[in-house]
Each structure stands twice: as structure tokens, then as C-alpha cells.
Design a protein around this ligand. Sequence first.
Ligand SMILES: Cc1cn([C@H]2C[C@H](O)[C@@H](COP(=O)(O)OP(=O)(O)OP(=O)(O)O)O2)c(=O)[nH]c1=O
Length: 223
Amino acid sequence: MTASPTLVLASGSPRRLALLEQIGIVPDHLAPTDVDETPMDGEAPNRLAQRLAQMKAEEALERTRADKTIGPAHILAADTVVALGRRVLPKAEGIAEAEACLSALSGRGHRVFTGVCLITPKERVRLRTVETRVKFKRLSRAEIDFYLASGEWHGKAGGYAIQGLAAIFVSKLIGSYTNVVGLPLFETAALLTGDGFPVAQDRSPTAPEVPSEDAPAAQPNPA
Ligand SMILES: Cc1cn([C@H]2C[C@H](O)[C@@H](COP(=O)(O)OP(=O)(O)OP(=O)(O)O)O2)c(=O)[nH]c1=O
């Protein structure tokens, strides 16, 4: 009987955890990171998303190596960037920043890139960057004020969250929806299965025959 592989999610984002849970994956450990997300001069948005995803995974790898209780693990990290042309919009931390993002996005198309990095138990680095095109309707002053009052923009790339109220601003989306929320599930599943990590299969060696819908959700441990 082979042991169930270990998964470390290098993220403090509740969205990423929820997206993984949506496809039946509960990480064994959470390792939120604290990398400098400032773009380099002239860095293209897709390159930025990929570089930051890799930095997050590598920081979590260092921590995992230092934690003798974990052992070799799959380490998964992601970074989401909202871009207007080559311009990277900030992760809105204040209301003025959020307002500037919404005004810039109003009536225009933009691109959302999520870089995904998987470091395998043999410490091989696998990367994918996924692009989604999103178009916003033209926003009225009242719509912007309504959205700012919701606070949903806080900590979100480009100052909006498509999974909440901002859904009513999206007139068109081409590509992966889950990529915009923070983790493209199709591509993430492909990365994991490509390295032998079971997706859409039971991971536990002695699983109950019939999973109960009432069973409490498993909780990952902080790494
Ligand atoms: C555009 C958009 C972004 N976001 C979120 C996803 C990310 O959490 C965030 C972008 O910031 P990230 O730096 O990608 O992630 P994070 O700092 O929240 O989490 P961590 O680095 O610990 O994994 O914006 C949404 O939730 N919905 C959206 O529609």
C-alpha cells in the first residue's frame, strides 16, 4: 500500500483553499508566504504572475524543509495579476486604490493572469500561467460607490472579486473563470496529476466505502 502524498498549499488566500476543496483536495498543510510583490521595471504581467508564484512556492519549500514533521511534499502556490494592457493594477489595500482600479476598468477589457507553481517532492519546479480576458460594463458613479461600500475589493488584484458583487460588472469573459478567482482548476489539476498526485481519486489508503455528505470537512494544518 502506498502512502498518501502530502500537499502543502503555499497560500493564505481562503479563495485558493476553497477552490481546491471544490475539486476534492484538502491540503495537508498551509504555508502562507510573505514575498515582495513589486513588479520589476518593464516586467510583463504574465511574467510577474509566474515569478511570484515560483517565489511563493520556493519560500514554502524552505519552510517545509526546516519542518522535520512534514517530509517530501507537493508544494502548490499561485499569484493573480490584473493587467490593463501592460499595466499591472495593484492589489487594492485602500479605498482610493480600489476606486482608481474600478475607474480604469470601467467600460474596458482587461486580462487576468494567474501563475501556478508546483514544486514536486523531488524538488522539480513546474509552472503554468493562465490568461483570462474579462470585459467590464461602463460603471456609473453609483455603481462604483456601491461597490466601494461593500469592501469586497480589499486585498483583491485589480480591486474587484468576480465571485462576489462585481460579477454584475462583467459583460464578457473568455477563458477560465477559476483563474480569475485565484487558481485555474483545470490547469492546476493537470499539473498535479502530471506529477502523480491523485486528483478526482480517493487519496487515503483506507478510505470509507461511501463518503458521508454530513462528514465534517477536513482541516489543513498550518506549516
Ligand atoms: C481579480 C480577482 C482577484 N482575486 C484575488 C485572488 C487573490 O487572493 C488576490 C490576488 O493576490 P495574490 O497575491 O495572488 O494572492 P493573496 O496575497 O491573496 O494570497 P497568497 O499569496 O497567500 O496565495 O486577488 C479574487 O478573489 N477575485 C477576483 O476576481
